[in-house]
Design a protein around this ligand. Sequence first.
Ligand code: CA
Length: 469
Amino acid sequence: LVAASEVVGHGLWLSAGGRLKLPMDIDVTHAADLRSWVPSADAVGTPFPIQNLPFGRFRRRETNEPWRIGVAIGDLVLDLRLARDTQGWTAEVEQLLVPLADGDLNAFMSLGTVPRRRLRRALSAALLEGSDQQDAVECCLVAQTDIEMSMPCRVGDYTDFFTGIYHATRAGQLFRPDNPLLPNYKWVPIGYHGRASSLVPSGHPVHRPNGQTKSSDSAVPSFGPSRRLDYELELGYFVGLPNPHGTPVSIEQAKEHLFGVVLLNDWSARDIQAWEYQPLGPFMAKNFASTVSPWLVTWDALEPFRAPLLRPDADPAPLPYLYDQRDMESGLFEIQLKTWIQTAAMRTAGNHPICLATSSASEASYWTPAQLVTHHTSNGCNLQSGDLLGSGTLSGPLRQASGSLLELTEGGTVPVHLPNGEKRLFLEDGDQIVLEATCHREGFRSIGLGTCAAEIGSALPLVAHGMGR
Ligand code: CA
């Protein structure tokens, strides 16, 4: 269990822009002037300076070696399987490295906040300029260009929420122009149970799904490749410490159960969705694939980027079980989000991806991650280590800041024009979508979540599955 003395710097308040006071758990690992003996970790613009230290699961490319857990540092990875056998760790850190060396991030995630912070401090010290562990640890580094990555951990269950209020509003407008937000939205964190088995790591191809659709001018539905394939820009919150079945988690406790954050692309087939969604919500329109970024950035690394949940005064206060003053003041993170597209034609011509939209996670979110944990467990539902909670599409207030094509194209009616003359209403085969996230705050070193990328492959042939004629 958590000893209060372990929370270093608990209660430090930062004045951001002279108007907000944010409580943050800051310690020596967040100091902006920390430098690593790994040169690329000190490069301007790297998402992985020594202040980040995200976890990923990897092996060297084109080998069959066992998957192991690594920590990104600059453009390298610290291989914890090798690092476990080096000198210089305390006995406690050696213990923490055991499951990680075996490639089992879930076991480490389940330990909660205090061990995670202890390991963070140990890794930070080992990678710090002037560390006496440099010679030993240097042999445990691998270039990120030489590895392949899997999902960071086993995901037992995946729940997708709908916390992006501007997305909820714009998507609702397409169906109900006069009443875009349903009456429950500002009271209950809306979500549905997604599919964990089809979560795939960044870089894994995503095939256009076949499915049942029905156009408005047709009397009967048909089966075939989706013609309205879309992406959804989301964050994924990973659960660390589990809660026993029948034991709700309060907002105050919720932070102890949250491990870290990834980027999540919740691919969505709008035509399949439109036909199937009533009365039970998303199903086949969503469960064919969701792409996850490979580096799991810990809650600790995000501490300097905390942000308040700001709601208009006219909105209802959350019900007491969802309300905590500290969570309202600092329960979100200031994460800048970008969506990039590169079409097949752009790739052939050597054109770089172009940015479709940018948004801010804290501006977009109507509920905090802690509120999602508390709501999810409030009926006694148990969350397990490695469970993934999707944020929902994090679109900004303006349509140009949308995290989906559904919004950018106003329901598939106003095309997005690309610089090479192509245009898009929805995704075409060969399109690559890249999500990117970075965190910046004055007085702190910027960090990033890296990227979450996938290319759309053509639909699987119907006949191969005995479904065609
Ligand atoms: Ca979604």
